[in-house]
Design a protein around this ligand. Structure first.
Ligand code: DAT
Length: 184
């Protein structure tokens, strides 16, 4: 697997994606710890570096400055590749990233009642909560992942319980071990 400058990567890069509240950050942080990868919480990165083009009043959200974010992330990916380190990134969208960055796209799914409770606990208003629940029911992020990446690397898993999260992390650990063996 070659990276930006054509060098071979020594460790895999994983993207954990899905509707807000499905458990991306919790899962990615556990994957980072278990597999030994650097966790990049893309939402946090955007906020830290103010990757915004403005504010959308109608949607009550910032407008993402994609170029700024991708430049920033390109630097992080290159730095990690140079150090022989892999990345586990998490974000609620996936089509904006270059395909070559990731070896596995993990799409987390959650049941409507589970997601409802998590988004309510997060303090989402009714409109934002129902928009996200609808997106989950319509499997918007899964379809986006399948359209943006080789379907072979897109894996859909449920994340309703802690047991499921642990089992997903274990699957990633085994997959990463195999990836490293195949690419060394
Ligand atoms: P996301 O990053 O997708 O927005 P999160 O990781 O912040 O979601 O998780 C939202 C909340 O749900 C948080 O309180 C942790 C909890 N959670 C996440 N995955 C879970 C799981 N599989 N089982 C139980 N709770 C989970």
């Amino acid at each position: 697997m070659s990276d930006v400058d054509g060098t071979e990567r020594k460790r895999p890069n994983i993207l954990v994606t899905g509707t807000p509240g499905v458990g991306k950050t919790a899962t990615a942080s556990l994957i980072a710890e278990t597999v030994g990868l650097r966790h990049v919480n893309v939402g946090e990165l955007i906020a830290q570096h103010k990757c915004y083009e403005g504010y959308d009043d109608a949607l009550d959200t910032h407008v993402l400055d994609e170029d700024k974010l991708l430049d920033l992330m390109e630097g992080i990916f290159q730095e990690c590749a140079d150090e022989g380190m892999g990345i586990v990134a998490d974000y609620h969208s996936c089509e904006l990233f270059p395909e070559r960055w990731f070896d596995l796209i993990l799409v987390l799914r959650a049941k409507t009642d589970v997601l409802f409770d998590r988004l309510t606990e997060r303090g989402y208003g009714e409109k934002k909560r129902s928009e996200n629940l609808e997106a989950e029911i319509m499997q918007v992020v899964l379809d986006e992942a399948k359209e943006s990446y080789d379907v072979e690397i897109v894996h859909e898993v449920t994340s309703n319980t802690v047991e499921e999260m642990e089992s997903n992390v274990e699957r990633c650990r085994l997959w990463a071990e195999q990836w490293i063996a195949n690419n060394s």
